[in-house]
Design a binder for this molecule. Structure first.
Ligand code: GUN
Length: 285
């Protein structure tokens, strides 16, 4: 049976460090880091994520403001809100929860967020910095994965790393962070031929496809480290990842559970980015 990588426990340590740093920052500057979380419509998964983000803000000593807008919100209304938050000195980070309703262009909204407040690191200028290996803001989910690896004593250096999924939020930045730490990185996707052959090469396998139990034991190299970014419901409505956990845990050397693996780390990295943003903005005043 594989070693279980405990995202809940590791994220609690990261958040405790951020809580202490925040207390020190508030003492020195009188500024409380502020995060605005914007949610549009009634996506139930988004509601859970947003609630967890707000709870984490409280736990580390940030101020959080929630803006819950109706499903029929227009793009201009959302852009107006982003503009207001960009100019609000008490707000250091802006997070617009995705996905957005179909009448709103996610790209337009992401590009409207001030890069200085873009704590998701989705804005083109922050994505560009990540490509160049300069990390003002960390891409939250991939950075959370890296923290899990570090905390577990696993280095990607010189290893075969395979990322399944090529999204802008996870797959692409994940590949960059692994590359930055000297992994030999392959990105697979829905058009990859002989997928199992490629995934079986992985010493570190990251699954970010969004399909329940997609990675089966025959796709995993014995002794591999398996990181599951998925958050799905199985046929019985139970929360599960992209990895078929029980059989894969028999083959892998280490594995993240769902829930309690990558999810809590994503939120911890968001807290880290918000503190980084507040510190940078305090210096500019
Ligand atoms: N939807 C799913 N994951 C994320 C995330 O990390 N940030 C935002 N803003 N929306 C998401």
């Amino acid at each position: 049976m594989a070693q279980l990588i405990d995202g809940k426990g590791i994220s609690a340590q990261v958040k405790e460090r951020i809580r202490q740093e925040t207390a020190e920052f508030v003492k020195q500057t009188g500024i409380t880091p502020g995060l605005a979380v914007v949610i549009v419509g009634n996506n139930s998964a988004s509601r859970v994520y947003v609630n967890n983000k707000k709870k984490a803000c409280e736990a580390v000593g940030f101020r959080s403001e929630e803006y819950a807008l109706p499903e029929e919100t227009t793009q201009q209304e959302l852009l107006d809100l982003v503009d207001k938050l960009n100019r609000d000195e008490a707000i250091h980070g802006i997070l617009v929860q995705l996905p957005l309703p179909k009448q709103i262009s996610e790209d337009r909204v992401i590009e409207a967020i001030s890069p200085d407040k873009d704590v998701d690191a989705f804005h083109a200028s922050n994505v560009g910095k990540i490509m160049q290996g300069e990390y003002r803001f960390l891409p939250c989910t991939p950075a959370g994965v890296m923290e899990l690896l570090h905390a577990s004593g696993i280095s990607p250096a010189g290893k075969e790393c395979v990322v399944v999924g090529r999204s802008n939020i996870v797959g692409k930045p994940m590949a960059m962070l692994l590359l930055h730490e000297n992994g030999t990185v392959t990105i697979c996707h829905s058009r990859t031929k002989e997928l199992a052959e490629v995934t079986r090469r992985a010493e570190i396998l990251v699954a970010a496809v969004g399909k329940a139990k997609f990675i089966t034991a025959d796709m995993v190299r014995p002794g591999a480290v398996v990181i599951d970014v998925g958050m799905n419901r199985d046929e019985n409505g139970k929360l599960c990842g992209d990895v078929d956990f029980d059989p894969v845990a028999e083959v892998a050397s280490a594995i993240t559970p769902v829930p309690g693996g990558v999810g809590p780390m994503t939120i911890a990295m968001l807290m880290q980015n918000t503190l980084t943003a507040a510190k940078a903005q305090a210096e500019c005043r």
